[in-house]
Design a protein around this ligand. Structure first.
Ligand code: NAP
Ligand code: G4F
Length: 337
């Protein structure tokens, strides 16, 4: 665990990460620390339950001690963010913090908008007049395409969001572009398609499936209850996607990029393959629950990441089958431990 609100030594490049306790925050922290950065993370007081990802980071004790610093705060509070910006004086800001669950956003739309859209403008305001030339990354999402008219989607595809989450992210996407165009802030939007890993939150479908399959295989669970199996998603591997975030901020020009594998698969295919890996037939174990079905579901989302490949030299490496396998195997191993 890094230190909280501690004295800040002077070192190489300094990064500030919101959402450091999340899936992407944890992989990005490892990446930046390996690159020699001093990393500062915003954590909520209630993040205690989520610190397991930070506790499990692949870092040496010296790296934890000298390169990782955590600070209490919340995207709902401007004054704390402004103090944090002032105190940490980052070179690069990675804004990953959000209410990131689409289904939850239908239950808590106002809260979602408050944290995601207003939270982004609060953070951008901290750096608007800053005399240091900072670089700002915003975590946009393919959910903004909603039910798109063209496929695959690229940086020019119009947004047609269909959930409160996607609307809040569309607002923060345009706010980020607005601060770039109006105030010359070096600000980039990463329009990331779904990316998963063994560190994915347990209430997202890939992790829920991987955990369920492993528990069923070991005789600890009888059924796996899911919502729609028909939605198609473009799923990549999270550690590769955080590399793309970093590359965006190293380029000489700020811009927006789609990050995706270019392949879409049904949720049902993920289920079938996960059960196949452990030698079981999914039809014997999967039930559907209307409570998991969303009021509005996105169309078939599949990304065209050719701009990222051309400009940033980034390309997804892990493909669907490899992703399902690594996630199921991680859950089996976790149960063995
Ligand atoms: P995640 O695991 O759900 O992490 C979300 C992070 O935001 C957590 O660290 C959480 O802190 C923090 N957070 C939530 N509310 C906050 C608040 N009020 N103040 C400060 N921090 C708050 O998300 P992720 O999968 O790593 O995704 C990272 C970002 O990319 C998110 O903005 C997400 O919307 C976006 N995105 C994700 C994907 C994907 O497929 N993973 C795709 C496109 C875009 P706690 O630990 O305290 O809850
Ligand atoms: O895993 P999900 O909850 O991810 P979703 O909705 O795509 O959102 C994630 O990816 C976005 C990028 O596309 C991010 F912006 C966002 O922050 C988040 O990281 O659901 C994937 C699909 C959906 O179509 C959902 O309807 O799986 C379907 N699904 C079927 N059964 C389920 C379930 N989703 C969940 N969470 N739980 C189920 O039982």
């Amino acid at each position: 665990m890094g230190r909280l609100n501690s004295l800040i030594p002077t070192m190489a490049k300094r990064a500030l990460i919101t959402g450091i306790t999340g899936q992407d925050g944890s992989y990005l922290t490892e990446l930046l620390i390996r690159k020699g950065y001093e990393v500062h993370g915003l954590v909520r007081r209630t993040s205690a339950v989520q610190r397991n990802r930070l506790d499990a980071l692949d870092l040496t004790p010296a790296q934890r001690e000298k390169q990782l610093f955590l600070h209490y705060g919340d995207l709902s509070e401007s004054s704390g963010l402004s103090r944090l910006a002032h105190r940490t004086q980052p070179d690069e800001v990675y804004h990953l913090g959000s209410q990131s669950h689409v289904q939850v956003s239908f239950e808590s739309p106002k809260y979602t908008f408050e944290i995601n859209a207003s939270g982004t403008v609060r953070l951008l305001e901290c750096f608007r007049d800053c005399n240091k030339p900072i670089r700002f990354y915003h975590a946009s999402t393919c959910e903004m395409y909603g039910r798109p008219e063209e496929s695959p989607q690229n940086e020019k595809t119009p947004f047609r969001p269909v959930s409160p989450y996607a609307c809040s992210k569309t607002a923060s996407h345009f706010l980020t572009a607005c601060y770039r165009e109006s105030y010359g802030l070096f600000a980039c939007n990463g329009i990331l398609f779904n990316h998963e890993s063994p560190r994915r939150g347990e209430n997202f479908v890939t992790r829920k499936i991987a955990r369920g399959v492993a528990a069923i295989k070991r005789g600890l669970q009888k059924k796996l209850t899911l919502g729609s199996l028909e939605t198609r998603k473009d799923w990549g591997y999270a550690p590769e996607y955080v590399e793309a975030m970093w590359r965006m901020l190293q380029h000489d020009k700020p811009d927006d990029y789609v990050i995706a594998t270019g392949e879409a698969h049904r949720v049902g295919e993920f289920v079938e393959m996960a059960f196949q890996i452990v030698g079981l037939d999914w039809r014997e174990f999967v039930e559907t629950d209307p409570a998991e079905v969303r009021p509005a579901e996105v169309g078939a989302l599949v990304g065209d990441a050719s701009k990222a490949e051309r400009v940033l030299g980034w390309r997804a490496q892990t493909r669907f089958q490899g992703l399902v396998k690594l996630m199921v195997e991680a859950e089996l191993q976790a149960l063995s431990r």
